[in-house]
Design a protein around this ligand. Structure first.
Ligand SMILES: NC(=O)c1ccc[n+]([C@@H]2O[C@H](COP(=O)([O-])OP(=O)(O)OC[C@H]3O[C@@H](n4cnc5c(N)ncnc54)[C@H](OP(=O)(O)O)[C@@H]3O)[C@@H](O)[C@H]2O)c1
Length: 325
């Protein structure tokens, strides 16, 4: 069986592509032309790299040829850019990929969404049935993307499974580096009472693979989350303990920083410059994320193995090895 992975030059897609090779799959990766120079590790692992872009329908049609399962991991995620940049990739790009997969006769698409489509969790922990309440343009476009995918699965012919991961971390990630640095500093943003839920990347990619292979998963939506959630202050305490430091002793209120983020966004927008601070980054400290992944456990046999302390340790080791901490 040949499988196609999008986003394999990114953090999660890269770990998934390597995992799938280890699981005996023949893996093809869709890589943007400008990123081909970062695909050496994929080629060395025996992954077939094909040039393409979610903006280019013809490249997607070629990439989907003779593919049984597509793992659609690529997204615009990290930038704080224009709203249209999120829409182009997370919605229009997803639509193009679904079209190409359908024409090529792909059997199943595993669509990577995000637990963020639920927004702030009022009543933790949230299941897949919790209200959908995206809080920013990234989450809105991810929700649109997953709706497109689910609708496509309902017309028949091609199976679709929607996976909603939460807080992906582990060696290779740089997004949580800021939290690690904050944990070894003196100042915490907010009171730390919001919940946060991390998922170790190696556990997650097993979950994706189950979404791609368990027959009964067709048409289903799964939250894929780590073994447990904590408050942000507990999480910061665990990270500080791993780093051999004391957790921050000072707390500053969130709203002035949020206002500063809004101002940065306004100031940078006319120049198409990435703002150094933006509201979504600040809201990380105020919105609760706590999930119940028991549907994935029951129906897929998804059992995350990596304890939070171990995941934090392995991530810190990697950051140190890269000279980032
Ligand atoms: N990280 C998290 O905590 C988290 C949580 C929940 C859900 N998710 C979801 O998980 C997935 C992976 O996240 P990540 O953090 O691993 O992402 P990432 O490291 O930012 O990687 C994004 C990938 O998407 C590719 N991509 C972007 N635009 C593309 C386009 N037009 N055509 C083809 N490929 C394109 C990028 O390619 P280039 O290398 O060429 O830029 C890169 O390979 C995303 O769907 C995200 O929404 C992430």
């Amino acid at each position: 069986m040949r499988v196609l992975v999008t986003g394999a030059t990114g953090f999660t897609g890269g770990v998934l592509a390597h995992y799938l090779v280890g699981a005996g799959e023949r893996v093809r990766a869709l890589v943007r032309p400008a990123s081909l120079n970062r695909s050496r590790g994929l080629c060395d692992a025996g992954i077939e790299v094909v040039s393409g872009d979610l903006a280019n329908a013809a490249s997607l049609e070629a990439a989907c040829q003779d593919v049984e399962v597509v793992y659609h991991i690529a997204a615009t995620y990290r930038s704080a850019g224009r709203a249209s940049a999120y829409r182009e990739v997370n919605v229009d790009g997803t639509r193009r990929l679904l079209d190409a997969a359908q024409v090529a006769g792909v059997g199943r698409v595993v669509h990577c969404s995000t637990g963020g489509v639920h927004g702030h969790i009022e009543h933790p922990p949230a299941t897949e049935e919790a209200p959908l309440s995206p809080g920013d343009v990234y989450q809105e476009t991810k929700l649109e993307g997953e709706r497109l995918a689910r609708d496509r699965g309902e017309v028949g012919g091609m199976e679709v499974v929607v996976a909603r991961p939460i807080g992906i971390y582990g060696p290779g990630d740089t997004r949580f580096l800021k939290l690690f640095r904050l944990a070894s500093g003196r100042v915490m943003l907010g009171d730390g009472s919001a919940f946060y839920h991390l998922t170790f990347v190696e556990d997650l990619v097993e979950g994706f693979h189950l979404c791609g292979t368990v027959p009964a998963a067709a048409g289903r939506t799964y939250l894929l989350a780590g073994r447990r959630y904590t408050t942000l202050s507990k999480l910061v305490e665990l990270i500080a303990s791993e780093l051999g430091s004391s957790p921050p002793s000072l707390s500053i209120p969130v709203w002035p920083v949020w206002l500063a983020g809004a101002l940065c966004e306004l100031t940078c927008a006319p120049f198409s410059v990435e703002p150094p601070l933006y509201r979504r980054r600040v809201e990380f400290f105020t919105k609760s994320r706590a999930f119940d992944a028991s549907r994935a456990r029951r129906e897929l046999g998804f059992i995350p193995k990596v304890e939070l302390e171990e995941g934090i340790h392995r991530t810190a080791v990697w950051y140190r090895g890269q000279g980032m901490l």
